[in-house]
Design a protein around this ligand. Structure first.
Ligand code: MTE
Ligand code: LUZ
Ligand code: MOS
Length: 762
């Protein structure tokens, strides 16, 4: 089955927030942002702006009828600044005007009185000052301290990875409408409709039942709208609630880049110990996460870093500690992989460092330490149905790893100014929200009397194809054509208390609920058909053998069956609830069985570096991936390709830069580069591993959204490999992204900037 949306997308027919027809009387909103990264907010001067053409009203924290708080995990984030400002771009006031341009013009007339306070932009500095969002966490297995004595080789180092701008094509926004009895209806570009609903209700001081949130689809989210769509929904709703007029708020690209959080940059220390046979005996890592100015999802992201600190390897003695550090940057947030990639980068860096020092290929160490069946993760869940070795060996054989290696070596022998590099990147990613209670979902399925079907779930379509998968699940379960099925918008009044569309688990959770609802409906229809030997209502005739012979309702008898059931007063609506079985996790002992299952895979990456210019190409990424029994290979392939390229962008081109004042310098697309068609690998092969899938995955089709991003880490180490082919004695910092500038500095013996953001800041 094709993805449901692309034809409409390319015709421009898909409806995004900005395509919703503007209602008469709509006010357009623009957000006044803090011009300073830290300080005491003494006053806001609105007179001039209020007198500007078209300005209807300007709202500040004082106008909030409920609670000025939108913090999720920690209540540390006001909707509108009050008392203090904590980052540049923090919302301070909301201008409501007749036209959008008038709202934006009025922003320039607002001034604020702020007594500046010291600005922190470095997580290690924050940790040194005790500026932590939550107490540090440690995951521990075995005894690394005692294990060092038994190691033949021990290496230590520092590894740093940068942030990443989500750059969803559709920027953040919301359109809110007043409803009768003092409620609001919000059309929101959010991955978490319930989060928008809950926080808006809190801000307005009303019950959640007074706030309806509706989402048709997003022009991309990538985690950036898991938590951070909330302020814009709540602000638009605040405007609508107070003025009783519709209020539309959409950020322009630069405002979105300035004001919203990104992937967390990390600075980490590692220590790795190996035995004579290159088996990893012990591993210690300390992670300093740059959380930005408020908690947002940082504690959960931090936790996932710890879950994935040993990637796809078995390490018998591991101690991983993580600090969530408060800086004066916009609060960082979920981004595809959710801290996992940051943790995995560090152990890969440790392995590469060990390999370089020992003069062995990194792949030797990697391969020897891959997870095997029933190996324990640090959190005590065993690796079950583990495909780490299968993925590696299949990739190595299928793509001829020895030949790739030979070709790289031969090329490097023949060429002075161009060098090739190569890296293997195995991945292992746990599927489930690590906060166990979030792993629940519901589906509401209506069969209409004409046999057409409407499905509502908590899943948000953001390009990943979840609606297509849900339609497939329903079609397969009911035994009808997907053309009869419509997956409705995601609406809080139809499906309540939803988890965000995140953690790659959306198709599993909402798909399972859909499957349960459809199965119940099918069974009811079958029972009806078998009890009524022959039905005859208004000329409809149906025989049960016809139905039962097919085993399931079929296309040919479906309409008759539904219609006859309706006339027999049989319920054609079903609501089902699914909660992932078996999972549990204790955040005090950091032990349990948090994941429904793990996803495995391996990527082989080759690159070519122009050693005169520092520029490079990613020549080939060849992947063997564990999809289980893919329900939709075309959609899943798209996820692998997009995820891998997004990961390559994070690891190579995409470089966020803040100055010492906490101002984002890389604030537009001419200073922040994401991979385009020219940067994408010329070869991107994906092999579907022959694996059984998992019973806790929807129809044994494993979650696919986030894991492929981590294949991009291979590009970083392949580039490092190429640089070392040019300059074997070079001491290269382990610092991502590997931009062409950094490649150039690595190629030639010049002082190397290990941390561009700090260097700029000082
Ligand atoms: N694919 C597209 N096209 N657009 C997106 O925004 N988000 C990613 C991934 N793939 C995203 C995407 C992220 S961060 C997640 S968590 C998953 O999709 C969420 O959807 P799923 O749970 O249905 O996989
Ligand atoms: N969001 C969340 C996530 O709240 N918990 C998670 O474990 C998670 N994992 C990946 C992406 N988003
Ligand atoms: Mo994805 S980071 O879970 O939205």
């Amino acid at each position: 089955m094709n993805h449901l949306d692309p034809v409409r997308h390319v015709r421009g027919e898909s409806q995004y927030l900005d395509d919703v027809p503007t209602q008469q009387g709509t006010l357009h909103a623009a957000v006044f942002e803090s011009p300073l990264a830290h300080g005491v907010l003494r006053g806001i001067n609105l007179e001039a702006a209020l007198a500007a053409p078209g300005v209807y009203r300007i709202l500040t924290a004082e106008d909030i009828p409920g609670v000025n708080q939108i913090g999720g995990i920690v209540p540390d984030e006001p909707l509108l600044a009050e008392g203090h400002v904590h980052f540049r771009g923090q919302p301070v006031a909301l201008v409501l005007a007749q036209h959008e341009h008038q709202a934006h013009a009025a922003l320039k007339l607002i001034t604020v009185d702020i007594d500046p306070l010291p600005i922190i932009t470095d997580p290690r500095v924050a940790a040194g000052l005790g500026e932590l969002i939550v107490p540090p966490r440690t995951f521990k297995l075995g005894d690394s301290e005692a294990a060092w004595a038994g190691c033949a080789h021990i290496f230590e180092g520092v590894a740093e990875s940068g942030g990443q701008e989500h750059l969803y094509i559709e920027t953040q926004g919301a359109y809110a409408f007043p409803t009768e009895m003092g409620g609001v209806r919000i059309i929101s570009s959010t991955q978490g409709p319930t989060a928008v609903q809950r926080h808006t209700a809190h801000v307005l001081g009303v019950g959640m039942h007074q706030v309806e949130v509706d989402v048709t689809r997003l022009g991309g989210g990538f985690g950036g709208k898991e938590d951070q769509a909330t302020p814009w929904g709540a602000l638009a709703a605040l405007g609508a609630f107070i003025t009783r007029r519709p209020v539309k708020l959409a950020l322009d690209r630069m405002a979105d880049m300035r004001m919203t959080g990104k992937r967390h940059p990390y600075s980490s220390d590692f220590k790795i110990g190996l035995d004579e046979n290159l088996k990893i005996v012990a591993y210690e890592a300390t992670f300093f996460q740059d959380a930005g100015a408020a908690a947002d999802l940082s504690p959960a992201v931090l936790e996932r870093t710890l879950f994935h600190a040993t990637n796809a390897y078995f390490v018998p003695n591991v101690t991983a500690t993580a600090f969530s550090c408060r800086t004066n940057l916009p609060p960082n947030t979920a981004f595809r992989g959710f801290g996992g990639p940051q943790g995995m980068f560090v152990i890969e860096a440790a392995i590469v460092k060990a390999a370089e020092e020992l003069g062995v290929p990194a792949a030797e160490i990697q391969r020897r330490n891959l997870l095997r069946e029933n190996d324990l993760f640090s959190y005590r869940q065993p690796a079950e149905m583990c495909h780490a070795e299968q993925a590696w060996d299949t990739a190595a054989e299928l793509y001829d790893l020895p030949k790739i290696r030979r070709e790289v070596a031969e090329f490097n022998k023949r060429n002075e100014l161009f060098k090739k590099g190569f890296a293997v990147m195995p991945i292992c990613f746990g599927i489930s929200f690590t906060k166990t209670p979030m792993n629940q979902a519901r589906a509401l399925v209506h069969i209409y009397s004409d046999g057409s079907v409407g499905i509502s779930t908590g899943a948000v379509e953001m390009g990943q194809g979840v609606n297509t998968k849900i339609a497939q699940v329903a079609a397969r379960t009911l035994g009808i054509s997907p053309s009869r099925i419509k997956v409705e918008s995601t609406n809080t009044t139809r499906v309540a208390n939803t988890s965000p569309t995140a953690a790659s688990a959306t198709a599993d959770l909402n798909g399972k609920a859909t499957e349960m609802a459809c199965r119940a409906l099918r069974e009811r229809l079958l029972r009806h058909a078998s009890t009524e030997y022959t039905l005859n209502y208004e000329g409809i005739e149906i025989k049960d053998e016809e139905v039962l012979a097919a085993g399931i309702p079929t296309e040919t008898n479906w309409e008759k069956l539904v219609s006859s059931a309706f006339w027999k007063r049989i319920a054609l609506t079903e609501n089902a609830h699914y909660a992932t079985p078996d999972i549990h996790f204790d955040p005090v002992t950091n032990q349990g069985y948090p994941f429904a299952y793990h996803v495995y895979g391996t990527a082989l990456t080759t690159v070519t570096v122009d050693c005169l210019r520092g520029t490079y190409t990613v020549d080939a990424v060849r992947i063997a991936h564990d999809f289980g029994q893919s329900i939709n290979p075309a959609v899943d392939l798209g996820q692998i390709e997009g995820g891998a390229v997004q990961g390559i962008g994070w690891m190579t081109l995409e470089e966020l830069s803040y100055n010492a004042e906490g101002r984002l310098l890389s604030n537009s697309l001419n200073s922040y580069k994401i991979p385009d068609l020219y940067c994408a690998p010329a070869v991107l092969d994906v092999h579907f591993l022959d694996t059984p899938g998992h019973p806790r995955a929807i129809m044994r089709s494993k979650a696919v959204g986030e894991p492929p991003l981590m294949y991009g880490i291979g590009a970083y180490f392949a580039l490092r490999d190429a640089i070392r082919a040019f300059r074997p004695d070079g001491k290269l910092p382990l610092s991502a992204p590997m931009t062409p500038e950094k490649v150039l500095m690595g190629l030639y013996p010049v002082p190397v900037m290990t941390r561009p953001t700090t260097a700029l800041a000082s």
